[in-house]
Design a protein around this ligand. Structure first.
Ligand code: F6P
Length: 545
């Protein structure tokens, strides 16, 4: 694939700067008045999702210029290269074939597709056997609980999917342990009986400190409960590319489900990494989850630029990040079961696009991935929404709203919907000084008091936001939603010219962690670190003594 052209050198860049200057002081409400078809024209449909992006500082001309930017960045060819399995992860010389993990045909990648379907068949066996109560532990009792031990991409996706799709759960409870803090494992094990527990050691590399430490402790817990070494095969599965290391740990080949180096950890929920959530919801539902993502892949590869939802959302990210100086993006799912979505998206977007050099090694001279954060509505309304409405930061928002609830509590759900729509509208319309004054007058306040308080009630509005709706949160719509954000992340990486599929920045901390642990454990005495770290290590020694 051709080396990326730096963003600022793309032909549309100066025009976009000019359009951004023009729109900086514009009123989004005025944009609605100027374009009567806006509410309809600034919407898109894909794979059961509906995107309303009408409440943005964007008009048709700016949208057209953004499309030109994507075209000049070679977006069509780059999307085709991604889906065709070219080595888009150029620093590691690998493809990034998460789309193949949910495909229903090989389309030129038959060898890899055969491997995928073989693993899917094995996943189905586990999901069915566990849900049918046929997997027995060392004492002959049925396995009722599965604990996924993994971190980052080997945890966040399956954990999110399991929590989000509770109404679809079968007969097995799935739990997640990620943190090396022993409290995480201990709290989880307190609720469980070893005789009924299966651990899935989920680690692409099988080298991750947190996962290996927790897995060893889980192994000891099982042995101390009375299981013999020979019984461990009934209680431990591994999901990894590193079958040798899994074997060294004591998990034999027949209990390992493979993963491939052409699947990025944060893009791996569709692979055997998703086994725990496939067990939680049952195989048919997991297939629906894959089908939803596949529908989004099809849309991504076939829809023209202007109708392409992931591309459009990515262009909005670049629009605000590179032309308005936004360094934040907030995701607000108005569905309690999606409360883990911001955590998942943080790894997806920030580990992918938090980079300072382009894929050709040249330093960027523009912002790349913004900080992504958020929480489930309505909780944030009683905490950080104050900053969204009146703070000084520009923080574009994505509201995510299933239009129906599985709870049957329709009246109460109506309140959730009302809150979501109200927040989206309030961010856009704000409250003028005059409206603030008349609200205070209406409370019977004296003129002096009105003048004193009115500035505090003023809300500037024009705070851009999108609303993504779906009929209901189901395995299929959740699959489509996650694939939407994956492809949005890819497109933004292409516009910034960076490789979204490596993560070299995580290594140094791990290396220093090994050195610090050596010092704390007394296994290494050599070397001095900076005075601050030395003092902190001493503080730990003192506390321990
Ligand atoms: O340290 C970051 C990271 O490598 C992530 O990219 C990855 O998802 C996570 O650690 C876990 O890695 P593994 O699946 O190899 O244990």
């Amino acid at each position: 694939m051709a080396a990326p052209t730096p963003l600022k050198q793309l032909a549309a860049y100066p025009e976009l700067q000019h359009l951004a200057d023009e729109l900086r002081g514009a009123s989004i409400e005025q944009l609605f008045a100027d374009d009567p078809a806006r509410a309809e024209n600034f919407t898109l449909q894909a794979a059961g999702l509906h995107l309303d992006y009408s409440k943005h500082l964007l008009h048709r001309e700016a949208r057209t210029a953004l499309m030109a930017l994507a075209q000049q960045a070679g977006m069509d060819e780059r999307i085709a290269a991604l889906l065709a399995g070219e080595a888009v992860n150029n620093t590691e010389g690998r493809p990034a074939l998460h789309s193949l993990l949910r495909a229903d045909q090989g389309a030129g990648l038959e060898d890899k597709f055969d491997q995928v379907t073989a693993v899917r068949a094995r996943m189905q066996v586990y999901a069915d056997r566990l849900n049918d109560g046929l997997q027995l532990g060392y004492s002959g009792e049925v396995i009722t609980d599965v604990v996924n031990i993994g971190i980052g991409g080997s945890d966040l996706g399956p954990r999110l999917v399991t929590e989000a799709l509770k109404p679809f759960h079968g007969n097995v409870s799935c739990h997640y342990v990620a943190n090396v803090d022993p409290a995480d494992l201990q709290d989880t094990l307190l609720e469980l009986n070893p005789a009924n527990t299966l651990f899935i050691v989920c680690s692409k590399s099988f080298r991750t400190e947190e996962t290996l430490t927790n897995s060893l402790a889980a192994r000891n817990w099982m042995l101390q409960a009375g299981a013999s070494e020979a019984d461990l095969g009934k209680h431990f599965l591994a999901i990894t590319t590193n079958l040798e290391a899994a074997a060294e740990f004591g998990i034999a080949g027949e209990n390992c489900l493979p993963l491939w180096d052409w699947v990025g950890g944060r893009y791996s929920v569709w692979s055997a990494v998703g086994l725990s959530c496939a067990i939680a919801m049952g195989w048919e539902q997991f297939e629906q989850f894959l089908a939803g993502a596949r529908a989004m892949d099809r849309h991504f590869s076939e829809a023209p630029a202007q109708a392409n939802m992931p591309l459009l959302m990515s262009l909005l990210e670049v629009w605000y990040g590179n032309f308005f100086g936004a360094e934040n993006h907030v995701v607000l799912p108005y569905d309690n079961s999606l409360q883990r979505l911001p955590d998942f998206l943080q790894q997806l977007t920030m580990e992918s696009n938090g980079k300072r050099v382009r894929s050709d090694g040249g330093a960027v001279d523009y912002n790349t991935g913004p900080v992504l954060w958020g929480s489930a509505g309505t909780m944030g309304q009683h905490s950080f929404h104050q900053l969204l409405h009146q703070g000084t930061l520009l923080c574009p928002a994505d509201f995510i709203l299933p239009l129906t609830t599985h709870t049957g509590m329709v009246e109460q759900h109506q309140r959730l919907v009302a809150n979501c729509l109200a927040q989206s509208r309030a961010l856009m319309v704000g409250r003028s000084a005059r409206a603030a004054e008349s609200a205070l007058h209406a409370r019977g306040m004296a003129a002096e008091e009105v003048a004193r308080l009115a500035p505090h009630l003023v809300m500037p509005g024009n705070r851009p936001n999108s609303v993504i709706t779906m009929h209901a949160l189901t395995p299929a719509t959740l699959g489509a939603l996650l694939a939407l954000y994956e492809h949005r992340t890819f497109c933004s990486g292409q516009l910034w010219g960076i490789n979204p599929f490596d993560q070299w920045g995580v290594d140094l901390g791990k290396e220093i962690g090994v050195e610090v642990l050596g010092r704390l454990s007394g296994q290494s005495s050599g070397g001095t670190m900076d005075p601050a770290t030395e003092r902190l290590m001493q503080a730990w020694q003192d506390a321990r003594e």
